[in-house]
Design a protein around this ligand. Structure first.
Ligand SMILES: [Zn+2]
Length: 182
């Protein structure tokens, strides 16, 4: 499977943009009508909050919920594909506000994912899934573990480098600080 290289560099000088799926999106928030709405469009994230709701910064709570659901959908898809390919199973997944780790798994086959994964391009989310599923077989980061990862993600070394670049971009992205306050 071939993936396009992410556009360089992964930074945005505009602090009002949010990094989602490897791209920076401005938020367009409007309070009008009666319904909540959120759409990830080509060039922006469009948010509608009912006119009658006055609470400030509600858009960030709403956005966080939406991102969580969106990420869950992507994870479910990759987990379904790769548990089958790799011959492992997953019990439950949880999406959490974690600060330092992308994901972790437990011996009872539960996997925790960081909500910030949704900031990454899909091919990096896929790498994280393969990495965690490989831990179902090898609990450590031994040579055998990386051989297994490589079997299902041949470019895993490049993926790890890209992941580091995105970690930095995420840390600098002020909008993410509003979505997952410390
Ligand atoms: Zn690991």
């Amino acid at each position: 499977m071939k993936h396009k290289k992410p556009a360089m560099p992964i930074t945005s000088t505009n602090n009002s943009k949010l990094l989602v799926l490897g791209k920076f999106f401005p938020l367009e928030v409007k309070r009008k009508g009666k319904k909540y709405e959120l759409a990830l469009e080509k060039e922006k994230i469009r948010i509608r909050i009912p006119e009658s709701v006055k609470r400030r910064n509600l858009e960030y709570d709403y956005l966080r919920k939406w991102l969580r659901i969106h990420l869950a959908g992507i994870l479910d898809e990759f987990i379904a594909t790769h548990t089958k390919n790799m011959g492992v199973y997953v019990n439950k997944i949880h999406i959490k506000n974690q600060k330092t780790r992308w994901a972790s798994c437990s011996s009872n086959h539960n996997v925790n994912f960081n909500i910030q994964l949704v900031a990454l391009p899909r091919f990096l989310i896929e790498y994280i899934v393969i990495h965690e599923l490989a831990h179902m077989t090898h609990k450590n980061h031994s040579r055998k573990f990386w051989q297994l990862v490589q079997k299902f993600c041949p470019h895993y070394k490049r993926r790890r480098q890209e992941l580091r670049r995105y970690s930095l971009a995420l840390r600098e992205n002020k909008m993410w600080g509003r979505i997952t306050p410390i």
